[in-house]
Design a protein around this ligand. Structure first.
Ligand SMILES: Cc1cc2nc3c(=O)[nH]c(=O)nc-3n(C[C@H](O)[C@H](O)[C@H](O)COP(=O)(O)OP(=O)(O)OC[C@H]3O[C@@H](n4cnc5c(N)ncnc54)[C@H](O)[C@@H]3O)c2cc1C
Length: 223
């Protein structure tokens, strides 16, 4: 039905809907299956949005057109064992090798980790420049050196897979960098804001569920 690329412009195979329509659709889907809503939200907000806003025409034609139709699903890889809230301390490195980057590191708690074909990976290229030395790279999950970790045994929303991902000497062509050299931190912050909004949405769903369980308990007790 096109929910996976709801806000992407029709030019790239999406539905061109506005944010309010997207949130309404996600709320309705989350009422029935919060896992499906999470998969949809990561693909729309964290992957398609950034790619459409900051990617170049080559990247949009090659990847966004498939993400927008749901032919492939994307993942957003910022968090690390040592870098959660503090995204400036990326240990994942993207060494500049001229025509490509050599990517090494581990990302944790990645939504769609196992089911995605494409990852947007935030990595440090120039540590001396601190947050201005961070890049964001488009990495295909089938490339040599990409290893998907085991699925996290979560308490809920288990239909949405959360995994770690290891990158071992992955060669990423330069044309797969989004934006100028050093743009990765800004990209991560824009997308990270979308991630926090998603967590608030999930929190709201949990509270709604808890409330309905409490209300059912109250009704039963009053009988
Ligand atoms: C189900 C699930 C799915 C996820 N999906 C993704 C994903 O797709 N991609 C991705 O990149 N990440 C994902 N994450 C990771 C998530 O975004 C991180 O858990 C989050 O960024 C927080 O990082 P952390 O767990 O390391 O906590 P920490 O950074 O260690 O923070 C712990 C606590 O300390 C607080 N804190 C931290 N720093 C400060 C400070 N300076 N001042 C005051 N308080 C502070 C935080 O608010 C938090 O309450 C996912 C996590 C979960 C649980």
């Amino acid at each position: 039905m096109g929910f996976l690329g709801m806000m992407v412009s029709p030019e790239y195979g999406g539905n061109g809907m506005d944010t309010i329509s997207y949130v309404l659709a996600m709320e309705e889907i989350a009422k029935v299956d919060a896992s499906a809503a999470v998969i949809m939200s990561v693909n729309n907000s964290l992957v398609c949005f950034g790619l459409e806003k900051y990617g170049n025409e080559y990247q949009k034609q090659k990847y966004l057109t498939k993400l927008a139709t749901g032919e492939i699903i994307g993942a957003f890889c910022l968090s690390e064992p040592e870098a959660g809230s503090d995204a400036t301390h990326q240990r994942t490195t993207a060494e500049d090798k001229g025509d490509h980057y050599l990517l090494n590191g581990t990302k944790n708690w990645i939504t769609n980790g196992n089911s995605s074909s494409l990852h947007l990976v935030i990595a440090q290229t120039n540590p001396e420049l601190k947050h201005k030395g961070i890049n964001v790279l488009i990495v295909e999950s089938g490339w040599e050196g990409v290893v998907i970790g085991k699925k996290e045994d979560k308490m809920g929303i288990r239909g949405s897979d959360t995994t770690s991902i290891m990158y071992n000497n992955v060669k990423v062509p330069k044309e797969n960098r989004i934006g100028d050299d050093g743009f990765g931190f800004n990209f991560g912050m824009v997308a990270g804001l979308a991630l926090q909004l998603r967590h608030l949405e999930l929190h709201r769903e949990h509270m709604n569920l808890l409330f309905s369980i409490l209300m059912k308990g109250k009704l039963l007790a009053s009988r």
